[in-house]
Design a protein around this ligand. Structure first.
Ligand code: ADE
Length: 240
């Protein structure tokens, strides 16, 4: 899978060198390319923003650098993947469609995603028109109902959620099957050894008896019940 990120703050993406995602890159399962939007601003100050036409607070990102950057990234990706390759261009945006586990699954099957990180109040609307006219596939994705300073943190979260679902990235694929949201419910409680643990305050805390029974059917039934109870308590919206 190829992922391109266009941003003003490439340093924000440094954590993608670490852990599972870093290993996926070293193993050749993920090609990650970070591009500086300022490389596509050509005035002396490499300006990427300006005041909003019509008035209002804050700054708006200029259309020129974005159009040029995204066109260049598409051309570079096609040089690697083939002239017919078509990326999904994702703008992280609090006004976008909620990004969920189902989104991560769908996007993990894409060969190529381009993330475009906006900052300030937003990007000039004509960038989206330019992309639509060029036949590009575009999505606006929100991490949640709160406002971040820019798209970079959202890209970190989305990239991790997507790339861990790419076959071969997570060593034990079975661990992806029973985690929270994999079946629309929250995950059941987990325990490890010792079966009887004495907490620092002296209280003895035992693992639920059913988990020691060796009866796989009873264990599965208990876990399903716990998942449902947890979901009902913490996320009733998921049951609706
Ligand atoms: N950019 C700013 N806030 C965001 C959010 N909640 N989700 C995605 N991108 C954002």
């Amino acid at each position: 899978m190829r992922i391109d990120v266009v941003t003003l703050f490439g340093e924000y993406l440094a954590p993608l060198e670490l852990s599972l995602i870093g290993k996926a890159r070293r193993d050749g399962l993920l090609g990650l390319h970070v591009h500086d939007l300022r490389d596509f601003a050509h005035d002396r100050h490499r300006t990427v923003d300006d005041t909003p036409v019509g008035g209002g607070a804050g700054m708006v990102m200029k259309p020129g650098p974005w159009a040029e950057a995204l066109d260049a990234v598409v051309a570079a990706g096609r040089a690697e993947l083939g002239e017919g390759a078509e990326p999904l261009i994702v703008f992280p945006n609090p006004a976008g469609t909620p990004f969920a586990q189902a989104t991560a699954h769908a996007w993990s099957e894409r060969p190529w995603i381009v993330f475009a990180c906006g900052r300030y109040e937003g990007i000039d609307e004509r960038v989206y028109e330019h992309l639509a006219d060029a036949g590009r596939e575009v999505a606006l994705a929100s991490l949640g109902d709160y406002v971040l300073n820019g798209g970079e943190v959202a890209v970190l979260a989305m990239t991790e959620a997507i790339v861990r679902l790419v076959p071969g990235v997570v060593g034990n694929a079975a661990s992806l099957v029973e985690e929270s949201h994999s079946d629309g419910l929250l995950e059941y409680p987990l325990y490890t050894k010792p079966a009887s643990w004495t907490a620092p305050d002296g209280t003895v805390r035992d693992v639920p008896e059913v988990l020691l029974s060796g009866n796989h059917e009873r264990i599965a039934a208990w876990r399903a019940e716990q998942s449902l109870a947890r979901t009902r308590e913490r996320r009733p919206d998921l049951l609706a």
